[in-house]
Design a protein around this ligand. Structure first.
Ligand SMILES: *Cc1c(COP(=O)(O)O)cnc(C)c1O
Length: 480
């Protein structure tokens, strides 16, 4: 005598795709799931590694399969489930942050880590600081030293400021400066400069979070000196000027010049804080990089404090650089927030190295970011042709590759309107969509991040680091 269950099971086994019994289906599918220990047994290859971590991965992977089994939607065999989980473990056991080739053309790509550094520089710096280093120790006297001393003189002399310091990033530099110079007091800022940088950094919010009171003046497109003058009262603590680095207001506009704000500040005995954002030390317009405001010019205008990023146009590590009047910088150094946002030994060591790459006659070739930004179309064409020469004819034809002229942005909100000249590989493959091709490159052994424009996939050469040509050629050849 067959039980009803047996009958149903038989029916399911023979014609499972036609009969839909959700409950029995899901029971049957749940049985397909391997147990955690079963998968663990298969993990012998990873034995020496972290078992707790592996079990965690197995459990969370199994949970995904269990959810679809419960719905009766599991479409995979037990052996393949184990195989997939093993593949996932293998993937998660290798470092998550990996070597990526930047084919977006954007040199200062925040998603890809902003300014790149030479491997040799990294090695040199690692040798100096990976063990112990005189971070806060004066080797001459044997007494406690100051971590800011490693960069203070370099940064001051480069920018023409009296004093300098570095913190974690420019957002921290602005927060610290606002808090120290104007806590509990009003900060006057033009409505045309209430910038949002991205990643939730909005000037009005930062003013509030730093304990200051926002006093906005003027309009989005026009602000006059008299607007600032009228805003003063007994509780005014600071004039804030922000470089609208990532957008441009055009047409019927007016912003008050920094030097006029400085004069007004002097008259009212209130300091001026300038958030410059990108901050360049050189005019590189003859090398194809449009001119942005120079740090030394802003310092010269007489503002109290200037802040800017270490990993934008400077090409250094992530850092917020603060330069200005000695009395003010000294006050910032003593603020408790300075301790909360201080740089570690790595950041300071890389920063010192980048600052030393700036010579009187311009940045040295050691500054990789600036080298990439200033690379001419001619040199990029040469490198592109080298890569093409490493590709089999078959690959070039199959992927429809050609080397074309392109234009790219600097990135990170710097030089928003300006384009830099570049060269790019254009892909017109037969039978592969641009998004599939883009994903194939991202999932390559060395991930390559390109971009799609007007339904065509490109790999731009502007941010491909010299020395990566062979790797890139290898990856392109391996695309199936
Ligand atoms: C980029 C930028 C910031 C933020 O700098 P981070 O170094 O990314 O923290 C702040 N202000 C301006 C004007 C900027 O351009």
């Amino acid at each position: 005598m067959h039980s009803l269950c047996d009958v149903l099971r038989e029916a399911l086994d023979s014609r499972s795709e036609l009969i839909y019994f959700p409950f029995i289906m899901s029971q049957k599918q749940l049985k397909e799931l391997p147990s955690v220990s079963e998968v663990l047994l298969e993990c012998n290859v990873f034995k020496s590694l972290n078992n707790k971590y592996i079990s965690f991965i197995i459990k969370s992977e199994l949970e995904v399969y269990r959810r679809s089994a419960k719905k009766g939607a599991l479409k995979i065999k037990r052996a393949n489930i184990t195989k997939n989980i093993l593949y996932e473990i293998k993937r998660l056991m290798s470092p998550n942050m990996e070597y990526v080739i930047n084919g977006t053309g954007i040199v200062l790509h925040t998603g890809l880590g902003r300014s790149p550094m030479k491997e040799l520089t990294a090695k040199k710096v690692a040798k100096r600081v990976s063990g112990y280093t005189n971070l806060e120790f004066d080797l001459h006297t044997g007494a406690r030293g100051q971590r800011q001393d490693h960069i203070n003189v370099l940064l001051s002399s480069l920018t023409g400021a009296q004093s300098a310091m570095a913190v974690n990033n420019n957002a921290a530099a602005v927060l610290l400066s606002l808090n120290e110079l104007s806590e509990g007091k009003e900060v006057i800022i033009s409505r045309g400069q209430q910038v949002e940088i991205g990643g939730s950094f909005r000037i009005p919010d930062v003013i509030k979070k730093s304990g200051c009171i926002l006093k906005e003046v003027g309009t989005t497109n026009r602000t006059h000196l008299k607007d600032y003058e009228k805003a003063f009262n007994k509780n005014t603590g600071l004039i804030l000027w922000v470089h609208t680095s990532n957008y441009v207001v055009r047409g019927y506009t007016n912003q008050v010049h920094l030097s006029e704000l400085v004069k007004l500040g002097q008259k009212k005995r209130v300091p001026v804080l300038a958030d410059l954002g990108c901050g360049a030390l050189y005019d590189l317009s003859d090398k194809g990089v449009p001119k942005d405001m120079l740090i030394q010019d802003v310092v010269k205008s007489g503002v109290g404090i200037v802040t800017f990023s270490g990993d934008k146009l400077l090409g250094g590590p992530q850092a917020g650089l603060i330069v200005g009047k000695k009395t003010l910088v000294n006050r910032l150094k003593k603020n408790p927030i300075a301790r909360a946002v201080r740089c570690d030994k790595w950041g300071l060591a890389f920063l010192e190295d980048s600052l030393r790459s700036f010579r009187d006659d311009g940045p040295s070739k050691d500054n990789l970011t600036i080298s990439l930004m200033t690379a001419s179309r001619k040199s990029l064409t040469k490198r592109g042709e080298t890569i093409l020469s490493h590709l089999p004819k078959k690959t070039i034809n199959k992927l429809g590759i050609s080397l074309v002229e392109s234009e790219v942005e600097a990135g990170s909100g710097s030089l928003p309107e300006e384009k830099l000249e570049s060269m790019a590989f254009r892909f017109k493959p037969i039978g592969i969509s641009p998004s599939t091709l883009s994903s194939k490159f991202r999932m390559s052994e060395i991930p390559v991040v390109g971009y799609i424009h007007s339904n065509i996939f490109y790999i731009d050469l502007k941010a491909v680091i010299p020395g990566q040509e062979k790797d890139l050629a290898g990856i392109i050849s391996a695309i199936q």
